[in-house]
Ligand binder design. Sequence first.
Ligand code: FDA
Length: 548
Amino acid sequence: MLSRRRFLGTAALQSAAALGLSCISLPSRATGARSFNDAMALPKATLSQLGRVPAIVIGTGYGGAVTALRLAEAGVPVVMLEMGRLWTQPGSDGKVFTKTLSPDGRAMWFKDKTEAPLKTFLGLDVINKKIPRYAGVLDRVNYDEMSVYVGRGVGGGSLVNGAMAVTPARGYFEQMLPSVNASEMYGTYFPRANAQLGVNQVDPAWFETAACYRYARVSRAAANQAGFKTVFVPSVYNAKYMEAEQANAVPRSALGQEVIYGNNAGKLSLDKTYLADAVGTGRVTIYTLHEVRRIEQQSNGDYLLTVRQIDEVGNVLGSFQVSCGKLFLGAGSLGTTELLVRARDTGTLPKLSTQVGQGWGHNGNVMTARANHLWNPTGAVQSTMPAMGINDWANPANPVFAEITPLPTGFENWVSMYLAITRNPERGHFEYDAATDTAKLRWTRAQNTITVNSAKMMFDKINQQQGTVYRTDLFGGGKAFADDFCYHPLGGCVLDVATDNVGRVKGYQGLYVTDSALIPGSIGVNPFVTITALAERNIERVLAQDFA
Ligand code: FDA
């Protein structure tokens, strides 16, 4: 049952979109006129009218959402600034998110053509489509030798991701984040994150017969026959809703090819969990289409932000300034790192450590695909939500965790696809580029060799056993391994290196990192549960120690 708080927050998120507002909050009357700043309760207050606020959270992804909710529960009024739009209002086609196979501008963040992970099918340029430039939900940030997919909008990556909600192997977590007490994480914060995110799992008995998971069963059999273990993977997609989709009882989303450009139903994205609860407290106001461009510190220790507001087609509506006592960065590994690297190298936060911008990794991501025999079809209707992974992470020589992903073309294609997560110790770093006023990722394609070789070892073995081959017509250039993009950017402002042990940025008081930038490049599984749990841990300590 919905709590009153979630009900109120959801209503505010829905009505802001319906009214076309770029400022989302509960009207003060809805909460019984609480005592926070009147301007914050006014739905139409512009950012510059706020002047100074106690706390600002930049970004509405996992780290930002956790932080805003817990601050608000502790009585702290919070302003959240999000560069993307709110995704709760249907467009003229009656859908919030665009169709996957015939996308419009809602698909991507200011692109002229979609840039889907798959470039071609049978070598033909039939996947990517021309679209109008718009504040769409998926961005592909193209650096010289690596492209990174991220979500844009209220909910960040939760709007576009595959919903796989995986808690990492404890041994690897301890190796990657040795300064964090693992007993506390596995005893308290991982369970808290899983509960609040709404993590569930498909019914194993249903999975065995569901047509939409034939592709996963085919991949499981091939992996098992080659000697690899497979595991069910938890998810924040509602398993019961998916069962109803398979039974044709509800509109199809996971079974309707929806995922990277947003799900119109079924998925518990953050706007339905953490953020609805946060807004429902009456103490959180979210400003959408507001991008933070500059952070400086004032003589009294406050932070002054310069924020650019745009409309949905990219017109700049204005540039505003707002200040705060405490500033939390939750703009994601790329966004948070860019803001801090820019601040250090343009001299607005000159005391930031040289470690800011270092320690970036892509969680060892690489995508690959195999062609099955004609007598082994994978199914015309495939759930876009992976439910199973090949788990060979315990193999000390070559640890790989490969999610079995769909290729939902809507017709039989005999393809088995995978997103492999490998252990790759290579790290990239960010450098400020004055000409473009951006932070550029320094990462070379050669740094991916370990990842490709690692995945190849697993899938060569499967191919050999099955007598099958790689698909080389999907990723461009005849490649069997997509080593030029990733879904899991991690690091750039690493915990206990560029920050202290709870995310306080070294060199500055009242400045915190809350998101994937804290994780040192690799966590061995899909990362959002770890990002959420770590943010839960950190904000609990910050509230106890810095707000007392
Ligand atoms: P996140 O990226 O979620 O949010 C940052 C927010 O800040 C964004 O909304 C952004 O617009 C905003 N922002 C950035 N700069 C800003 C600025 N200057 N001013 C204002 N706002 C700014 N993970 C997983 O565990 N399971 C999975 O199945 C998948 N699948 C997957 C598929 C795809 C297609 C993608 C792109 C990603 C995944 N992921 C995933 C990864 C996962 O989504 C990702 O790790 C998290 O969203 C990262 O959470 P953060 O809190 O770090 O930031």
